[in-house]
Design a protein around this ligand. Structure first.
Ligand SMILES: Cc1cc2nc3c(=O)[nH]c(=O)nc-3n(C[C@H](O)[C@H](O)[C@H](O)COP(=O)(O)O)c2cc1C
Length: 219
């Protein structure tokens, strides 16, 4: 059919999947809890120059199960879980208000690693939301303040952003109260690594009360 560029199977078969490095991982020496491994893998990714090491695909769903996913910045990991921030009024924020559960996928692609996290989501306090807002670049702050995330772009968007830039210049402490920090408290964390020649290794931690159950998974 004219205008249809399909199929794209040949193109996709040429896509590079070759990692830059495949770090060592002694899965038999895995710790009792996932946290030291989370720290080890994120350190290796950040120090190894993995592009977007601090980003994750966040999957949410409405109360009736309609799914959506988008990339977010993971701005902290604590003993409680993984933190990110978005507008409480965005589609993601609305999903989380009615169905406070999510999945995060951190693809550390240059190292052939993947971290999968699923769990209940809780809202951080206003201070955490404000800190996440302030950590954004000035223009991102202005864009957030000036409109509604994921709504159609209005004709006067540039004027509204310019006004928000001015407002931030006059009052650099301005924050958008809609910008909200969210915590994914993992019920499950899976570490996945592929190594040339030896194949894929998967290790899942499942929360069991205060402890964690560990299991190798069939790849
Ligand atoms: C690398 C990258 C990082 C992003 N980080 C964030 C973020 O931390 N928070 C956010 O709200 N959107 C972030 N976005 C934009 C989101 O992917 C998305 O467009 C936005 O959150 C609206 O999603 P929604 O309409 O599903 O709510 C990022 C996009 C990319 C590509």
């Amino acid at each position: 059919m004219p205008g249809m560029p399909f199929p794209l199977a040949d193109l996709l078969s040429r896509a590079s999947t070759r990692p830059t490095s495949e770090p060592e991982w002694d899965v038999d020496a895995a710790p009792d809890t996932p946290w030291p491994l989370v720290e080890e893998w994120l350190t290796a990714a950040v120090d190894g120059g993995v592009l977007g090491a601090g980003t994750a695909v966040l999957a949410t769903a409405t109360a009736d199960g309609s799914p959506s996913a988008r990339t977010v910045l993971v701005n902290d990991v604590t003993e409680n879980g993984f933190w990110f921030a978005t507008s409480a009024e965005s589609p993601a924020g609305r999903d989380l208000a009615e169905n406070p559960a999510a999945a995060l996928v951190l693809h550390l692609r240059e190292q052939s690693r993947q971290l999968r996290v699923t769990g209940a989501v809780a809202r951080g306090d206003a201070g955490r939301g404000a800190a996440a807002f302030r950590a954004r670049g000035g223009r991102s702050q202005a864009i957030t303040l000036a409109g509604r995330q994921s709504e159609p772009l209005p004709d006067d968007a540039d004027e509204r952003i310019a006004a928000a830039v001015q407002r931030l210049e006059q009052d650099p402490g301005s924050v958008d109260p809609r910008w909200t920090a969210y915590l994914v408290a993992p019920a499950e964390i899976e570490f996945w690594q592929s190594r040339h020649g030896t194949g894929e290794v998967r290790l899942r931690y499942e929360r069991d009360g205060d402890a964690w159950r560990r299991a190798r998974l069939w790849p």
